[in-house]
Design a binder for this molecule. Structure first.
Ligand code: NDP
Length: 250
C-alpha cells in the first residue's frame, strides 16, 4: 500500500516538483524527501527565511539545486500563479509534480461564532488559492509524459467534526476540487489525488491540540511513504483517490 511504499533510489530523478508550504512542517519534509529521491524541487512559501533554510539543507546534501518561490497565498492573484507557471516552464522546461500542501488552521470555534472575516481568509488561503494554482499549473503539467497533482485534505474534510469550522469546510472544498480535476483528466497523462496526512507532529497540529504531547505523534518523516508513492511512477494510473498517509492510531 501507499503507507508502506518503499521508494527506490533516484525514483524521482529527472522530475521537477513544486511543493507549497515548503518552509515548515509536512511540506518542508516532503521537499527534502523529494530532493533526496532525485527530484528538483521548487519551494513555494511565504516566509523566505524558512525557504532559504530548506534550500541550504538540500544544497548541503548535494541534491539537485532547488528553486525558491516566495508567495503568500493570501494575497496572490491568478496573474501571479500564471507568471509562476511561465517561469517554471522557462527555467525547468516541465513540471512533473505538484504537492499543494500549504494551508492555515485558523481558529477552532463553534459554528455560530465563526467570524466572517476569518471565513473569507480561510477560503482565500485554503480554497481559492488551490483553484487558481491548479488552473495555472494544469496546462504545463499536462505537457509532461506523466504528471501527478496532489491536494492536501484532512479527516475533517471528509466527515465534519464540531468546532473545526472554516477549516473543515475548506478541506471539503479541496476534496471537491481534487475530484473534479481527476474526473476531467481521467483519460489524460495527469493523475490527481488527495492525501490526508493524519495527526502529524507539526506547528499546525500543536495549534489545534495544545495539550497533546507531540512525542505521541508520528513525524512528517514517518508519513513520507505515501507522499513519495503518489509522486513516483509506481502510482501512474492512480487517479481520483483520497489516501490516508497513516493507519488509524491504535
Ligand atoms: P504547518 O503549519 O506546520 O505548515 C504549513 C506551511 O504552509 C508552512 O510552511 C506555512 O508557511 C505555509 N503557509 C501557511 N499559510 C500560507 C500562505 N498564506 N501562503 C503561503 N504559505 C502558507 O502545517 P502542517 O505541515 O501540519 O500541514 C500541512 C498540510 O497538512 C496542511 O494542508 C494541513 O491542513 C494538512 N494537515 C495537517 C495535519 C497535521 O496533523 N499536521 C492533519 C491533517 C491535515 P509559514 O511557515 O511561513 O507560516
Amino acid at each position: 500500500t501507499a503507507q508502506n511504499y518503499q521508494a527506490t533510489d533516484n525514483c524521482l530523478q529527472g522530475k521537477t516538483i513544486l511543493v507549497t508550504g515548503a518552509g515548515d512542517g509536512i511540506g518542508r519534509q516532503a521537499a527534502l524527501s523529494y530532493a533526496q529521491y532525485g527530484a528538483t524541487v521548487i519551494l513555494l512559501g511565504r516566509t523566505v527565511a524558512k525557504l532559504e533554510s530548506v534550500y541550504d539543507e538540500i544544497v548541503a546534501l548535494e541534491y539537485s539545486e532547488p528553486a525558491i518561490v516566495p508567495l503568500d497565498l493570501k494575497g496572490a492573484s491568478a496573474q501571479n500563479y500564471h507568471d509562476m507557471a511561465a517561469t517554471i516552464e522557462n527555467q525547468f522546461g516541465a513540471l512533473d509534480g505538484a504537492l499543494l500542501n500549504a494551508a492555515m488552521l485558523g481558529v477552532l470555534s463553534p459554528f455560530a461564532q465563526i467570524e466572517e472575516s476569518l471565513f473569507d481568509e480561510m477560503m482565500q488561503v485554503n480554497v481559492k488559492s488551490q483553484f487558481l494554482l491548479a488552473q495555472a499549473l494544469l496546462p504545463l503539467m499536462s505537457k509532461s509524459e506523466h504528471s501527478s497533482l496532489i491536494f492536501t485534505s484532512s479527516s475533517v474534510g471528509r466527515t465534519a467534526r464540531a468546532y473545526w469550522g472554516a477549516y473543515s469546510i475548506s478541506k471539503f472544498a479541496v476534496e471537491g476540487i481534487s475530484q473534479l480535476i481527476s474526473d476531467e483528466y481521467e483519460q489524460s497523462t495527469l493523475r490527481c489525488n488527495c492525501i490526508n496526512p493524519g495527526a502529524t507532529r507539526t506547528k499546525m497540529r500543536a495549534g489545534a491540540y495544545p495539550a497533546e504531547d507531540p512525542q505521541s505523534l508520528r513525524t512528517a518523516l514517518d508519513i513520507m511513504p505515501s507522499y513519495l508513492y503518489l509522486m513516483a511512477d509506481d502510482s501512474i494510473g492512480v487517479n481520483g483517490q483520497s489516501l490516508d498517509a497513516q493507519p488509524p492510531k491504535s
